[in-house]
Design a protein around this ligand. Structure first.
Ligand code: FPP
Length: 233
C-alpha cells in the first residue's frame, strides 16, 4: 500500500457524537482526544511522515467560553498523558497557527511538548491551534513585503515557493491526503494554500468513532486515486 507521506485531518463531529449520547459537547471533545491518541500511534506505525490535525481554528473562538476553555484543557491533559510515549515513539510535536494567543497553561504545556520532542526524527505531528489558512497566507505575504521593502528579496524573484517558505509548514511537503470526519464537504480554512492538489476523503463517521481501521480505509481509498497534478496520465 502507498502510504500518503503527509496526511491531514479535520476532526469533526465531536459535538454531534456527544449530543446523540445526551452528553455535553466537551465530553465529545474528550472522546475525540482519545481517538487522536490512537490515530497518532497508528500513523507512526504505518510510516506516515507528517500528520496534521485541525484542533482549533481562528473561528472557533466564537464558541461558548466553556467549550473553548474545555478544548485547551484537553490539550494540556493530552500532553500530560501522552508526552512520554510520543517521545519514546520518536514523534516530533510541532504547532501550526498563532498559538501564542492561547491561555498561559496551554502555552506552557505546548512549549514543553515542543522542547521534549525537538530532536526526534520520526513522525512529525502538527497540531493546528488558532490556525486559519487565510491568516497564514496573509502572514507570509506581510513577511515577504517587509523583505521586499528592505531589499532582502526582489519582486522579480518572488515565486510560489517564496510564499510556501513563510507558511507554518515551510520545509514540509503539501498534504497528499486530507480526511474530514463528520460528513461535511468543505475545508473550513484548513491548509488553504497547501491543499491545492490534495486528495480529499470525507467520511460520515464522527471523529470519536474514527479508529485506526477507519484510517486504513481512507488510505485504501487514496490508493485508488489517480493523481495527475493537472497533467495527463
Ligand atoms: C470539531 O467538532 C472539533 C473541534 C473543534 C475540536 C477538536 C479537539 C479535539 C479532538 C480534542 C483536543 C485536541 C488535542 C490536540 C488534544 P465539532 O465540535 O465541530 O463537532 P460538531 O460538528 O458535531 O458540532
Amino acid at each position: 500500500m502507498n502510504i500518503p507521506q503527509h496526511t491531514a485531518i479535520i476532526m469533526d463531529g465531536n459535538g454531534r457524537w456527544a449530543k446523540e449520547r445526551g452528553m455535553v459537547r466537551v465530553q465529545g471533545h474528550n472522546a475525540g482526544m482519545k481517538s487522536l491518541k490512537e490515530i497518532v500511534k497508528a500513523s507512526s506505525t504505518m510510516g506516515i511522515k507528517y500528520l496534521t490535525v485541525y484542533a482549533f481554528s481562528t473561528e472557533n473562538w466564537k464558541r461558548p467560553q466553556d467549550e473553548v476553555s474545555g478544548i485547551f484543557k484537553l490539550v494540556v491533559k493530552y500532553i500530560k498523558q501522552e508526552i512520554k510515549e510520543l517521545d519514546a515513539n520518536n514523534v516530533r510535536v510541532n504547532i501550526i497557527g498563532d498559538w501564542h494567543a492561547l491561555p498561559e497553561d496551554a502555552r506552557a504545556s505546548l512549549q514543553y511538548a515542543l522542547d521534549t520532542t525537538k530532536d526526534n526524527d520520526g513522525l512529525v505531528f502538527n497540531v493546528a491551534l488558532n490556525y486559519g489558512g487565510r491568516a497564514e497566507i496573509l502572514k507570509s505575504v506581510k513577511t515577504i513585503l517587509d523583505k521586499v521593502a528592505s531589499g532582502e528579496i526582489s519582486q522579480e524573484d518572488l515565486t510560489e515557493d517564496t510564499i510556501s517558505s513563510y507558511l507554518y509548514t515551510a520545509e514540509m511537503p503539501d498534504p497528499d491526503l486530507i480526511i474530514r470526519t463528520g460528513g461535511e464537504y468543505r475545508l473550513s480554512n484548513f491548509l488553504t494554500w497547501q491543499s491545492a492538489y490534495s486528495e480529499l476523503y470525507v467520511t460520515d463517521v464522527y471523529w470519536p468513532d474514527f479508529t485506526p481501521a477507519e484510517l486504513e480505509k481512507a488510505i485504501e481509498a487514496y490508493n485508488g486515486r489517480e493523481r495527475r497534478f493537472g497533467g495527463l496520465k
